[in-house]
Design a protein around this ligand. Structure first.
Ligand code: 5AD
Ligand code: SF4
Length: 465
């Protein structure tokens, strides 16, 4: 029996977190024990992100620490998996600290690769050579099922009672936005069979899960053909929604190009489908959108959001924006600011353009917006987004909202006097608003009604009713 210990560190998006959870489940099945401390582990696994240079720098600096650690513990095995592994391959393998490199397409092999490295301390690498070739789709489909079939025995956030789970609906991306590394490291779009997803959702509900989030890089591109029927995201939402025990189902992330309005109709018709859309615009300037290869113009995006709001009452809209894309002028930036003011997002993530090797933008366009301009534009957008959210959130004052309680708040927001006897809990509404209130810890994982008494840009505060 293997009684090796492993420490896992995960960088990046929800998709990466899900991959980490699944690999952890696969490792546990092989007898590995989890440890919270790298200094006590036989092996360290790092799941990496390549979406911006900053994310890669953090991984490299972490590998620097591990190189030090290996000086005192030469038997330590370090495995690097995920997007950076796929992008950098040999370069990562050559790093002094690294023993195993495996790409997002090879995650099912990770336990065996680590076991072998623990036995012989040889370096080994497994990444897909031609990730965009049609043959790779089949490999990925096959692998995807083997990894995704693992039961999620592990919750990355141990403080919180598990009442929600992520299920992968699809992998990869075919959009090739010119700035983005994802299509190169995660490969082509591959949708999972609806039956596999439904079965998984059913099992999770049996374990007490009440909210399911379907994941995909461009989730609205979900398509699965079986016989003469093609299943879309709207069908999938309907099917998950029909499972007894599922209370809420949501999905991330949507692409605004070719957004099928049947998704909005399902959202409006089925009470379990959460009125929440994360639908990044990336820019409000048509010139920049074209250079980004986003496949839509600003007016079309705004129309889509208007239509969504007209169809789905109380819809919350979230987005992403990139500032400082090559050639972005003041006028382009102002168009983005105007779009944000027009759409009035619940919240947005703002990123400074980071050239990614191998992408079209990196090869063809100069990264010509100075760092300080990117910084200023980033700060400006965050200011505008926050000002809008602060104003709009006031509409919740005095209203009672249903929340799914996640658990105790890690950063108490209120002072002791207000904190009463009960701990401060954190919950989320179906439209993804964060609500902080005092209540018994036994509420974790359950639904509760909270009357809102105070609001801020990112958080609503209230009292249990
Ligand atoms: N530079 C900056 N931001 C990027 N994103 C993707 N690629 C880049 C890049 N090269 C952002 C997009 C995307 C989010 C996940 O990351 O806004 O929606
Ligand atoms: Fe990247 Fe664009 Fe695909 Fe999103 S849709 S993962 S931004 S290429």
């Amino acid at each position: 029996m293997n009684t090796k210990t492993i420490h896992i560190k995960s960088f990046g998006c929800q998709m990466n977190k899900l991959d980490s959870s699944l690999v952890t489940a696969a490792l546990a099945e092989r007898g590995f024990l989890l440890t919270g401390k790298a200094t006590e582990a036989d092996a360290v696994l790092i799941n990496t992100c390549s979406v911006r240079e900053h994310a890669e720098d953090r991984v490299l600096s972490h590998l620097g620490h591990l190189r030090h650690l290996k000086k005192t513990r030469p038997q330590l095995v370090v495995a690097v998996i995920g997007c950076m592994a796929q992008r950098m391959g040999e370069k990562l393998l050559a790093h002094e600290a690294v023993d195993v490199v495996a790409g997002p397409g090879q995650l099912h092999e990770v336990p065996e690769l680590i076991d072998n490295a623990l036995a012989d301390h040889q370096k080994r690498m497994h990444v897909l050579d031609n990730i965009r070739q049609p043959a790779a789709s089949e490999t990925i489909r096959d692998i995807s099922e083997r990894l995704d079939a693992f039961e999620l025995a592990y919750d990355s956030d141990a403080n919180h009672i598990k009442s929600q789970a992520f299920i992968r609906a699809m992998r990869g991306c075919n959009n090739f936005c010119t700035y983005c590394i994802v299509p190169y490291v995660r490969g082509p779009e591959v949708s999972r069979a609806p039956q596999a997803i439904i079965e998984q959702a059913g099992k999770l509900v049996g374990q007490g899960i009440r909210q399911i989030t379907l994941l995909g890089q461009t989730i609205n591109a979900y398509r699965y053909t079986a016989g003469d029927r093609t299943y879309t995201l709207a069908d999938l939402l309907e099917q998950v929604s029909a499972i007894d025990g599922v209370r809420w189902v949501r999905f991330i992330t949507s692409h605004p190009g070719q957004f099928d309005t049947s998704i909005l109709q399902v959202m409006a018709d089925l009470p379990k489908v959460c009125p929440y859309l994360h639908i990044p615009a990336q820019s409000g300037s048509d010139r920049v959108l074209k250079a980004m290869n986003r496949g839509y113009f600003a007016a079309r995006y705004v129309d889509l959001i208007d239509q969504a709001r007209a169809t789905v009452p109380d819809l919350a809209v979230a987005g992403d924006f990139i500032v400082g894309f090559p050639g972005e002028t003041n006028a382009d930036f102002e168009a983005t600011e105007a779009m944000i003011r027009r759409v009035r997002y619940k919240n947005c993530f703002v990123f400074k353009y980071s050239p990614r090797p191998g992408t079209h933008a990196d090869k063809r366009l100069a990264d010509d917006v100075p760092a300080e301009v990117k910084q200023a534009r980033n700060a400006r957008l965050l200011e505008v987004i926050s000002e809008i959210a602060e104003t709009d959130n006031r509409a919740f004052l005095g209203k009672t909202l249903e929340v799914l309680v996640e658990g105790p708040s890690k950063k108490p927001h209120l002072n002791k006097a207000e904190n009463q006897d009960n701990p401060q809990l954190i919950g989320r509404t179906s439209s993804d608003y964060i609500v902080v209130f005092n209540g018994p810890e036994t509420l974790a994982g359950k639904f509760a009604n909270v009357r809102i008494t105070k609001t801020a840009a990112l958080t609503l505060f209230g009292e249990l009713t």
